[in-house]
Design a protein around this ligand. Sequence first.
Ligand SMILES: C[S@@+](CC[C@H](N)C(=O)[O-])C[C@H]1O[C@@H](n2cnc3c(N)ncnc32)[C@H](O)[C@@H]1O
Length: 204
Amino acid sequence: MDAKTHWEKVYTTKEPEAVSWYSAHLEISLALIERAAPSRSASIIDIGAGESTLVDDLLVRGYENITLLDVSQTALEATKKRLGLHAQQVNWNVADITQVELEPFAYDVWHDRAVFHFLTSNEQRAGYVRNVAKAVNHGGHVIVSTFGPEGPTKCSGLEVMRYDAELLHSEFGTRFRLIESLKELHRTPFGTTQQFLYCYCKVE
Ligand SMILES: C[S@@+](CC[C@H](N)C(=O)[O-])C[C@H]1O[C@@H](n2cnc3c(N)ncnc32)[C@H](O)[C@@H]1O
């Protein structure tokens, strides 16, 4: 089953708050985005946004230039519906991040929570890195969050990669200067915990 088929099935069969990655507020992501982009006109892309509440919280904080990308149309449609009229303030992109061609230098902040770790082949990771290297402005920031070294080995029935900061940073190359990494114990809606790793990088 390809990625799109898998994720469309997930989002047509599961409620938004019944998936292991659900969080009412992505506090670490929000703090890092505010640190990377004090200006509310900053251009922010959320890769694999799914049905995440991050966009709601960014709009409340006054961010004006948000793009949500996901391989699942169903997930983005659900988010659009949830936002109501505010959906018009957001740019929408249904695409596979490993294959799409993003605009060069279009974004000041690249955010990805729990997408990169699903890329288990070299080709997929190369496609992703090509896009992040092309689409983020010089001086922009990249926030990528994956399962940490003690995180799960599977998610949503799929095999995942687990990263420490050094390994994750090494996937991106020397133009990405690692400013900070941190770990989080995410509490799932089922009461279990999952270790996440965040890398916060500046693009030279
Ligand atoms: C575990 S969910 C995380 C969703 C959201 N980032 C969050 O933290 O709530 C992974 C998301 O990545 C999307 N995804 C998976 N592979 C993708 C790909 N190759 N390109 C774009 N989106 C992808 C899925 O549809 C799903 O919404």
